[in-house]
Design a protein around this ligand. Structure first.
Ligand code: ZN
Ligand code: ZN
Ligand code: ZN
Length: 165
């Protein structure tokens, strides 16, 4: 058995209400595009493809990773356009920013099923993992013992993935 370094970060934010809602509804790109169109935003080919990539992955992607997946769809936005696009989607509450120990900004769909991350220290792969029930009881005891109102959290496990140990 490998020793797995577990680093738990409880990040508390009043801005992220998706945790409280515990939304498990699958979001579709057509719903998002409809919402953007109704708000008066243009739907470019690259905006549509970026959304499709993020919705398909459902977990954290860095800008170069999004860019590589877009290339597979034969969409080639330049990197600064892509940064702006991801910032825009985050401002619209469609994506959220995820920063792990390596400090790299990643993005994932905000309404993706609530999950945590298994981060491999060797190959830097990121895998989603759901441990919701367990954390709910931890949160309940924190709330009553510390009298701290928890609004959201993030939790990452750092270690070695199956192919790296
Ligand atoms: Zn994720
Ligand atoms: Zn690995
Ligand atoms: Zn959680």
């Amino acid at each position: 058995m490998q020793v797995i370094l577990i680093s738990a970060i409880l990040r508390l934010s009043i801005f992220n209400s998706s945790y409280i809602l515990m939304s498990s509804s699958e979001i579709t790109s057509s719903e998002v595009l409809k919402r953007l169109r109704e708000s008066g935003y243009r739907i470019t080919k690259s905006r549509k493809a970026t959304l499709e990539v993020l919705i398909q992955k459902q977990c954290a992607l860095s800008v170069p990773e999004v860019s590589a997946l877009l290339l597979e769809l034969e969409v080639k936005p330049n990197i600064s356009t892509l940064y702006r696009e991801l910032q825009f989607l985050t401002e619209q509450g469609i994506t959220q920013e995820i920063v792990l120990k390596d400090g790299i900004m990643r993005y994932e769909i905000d309404q993706a099923n609530h999950h945590h991350h298994l981060v491999c220290n060797a190959c830097e792969s990121i895998e989603p993992v759901e441990i919701q029930k367990h954390l709910q009881s931890v949160e309940q005891s924190i709330q009553s013992e510390k009298r701290f109102q928890i609004l959201s959290h993030s939790l990452e496990f750092y270690g070695l993935c199956e192919s790296c140990h």
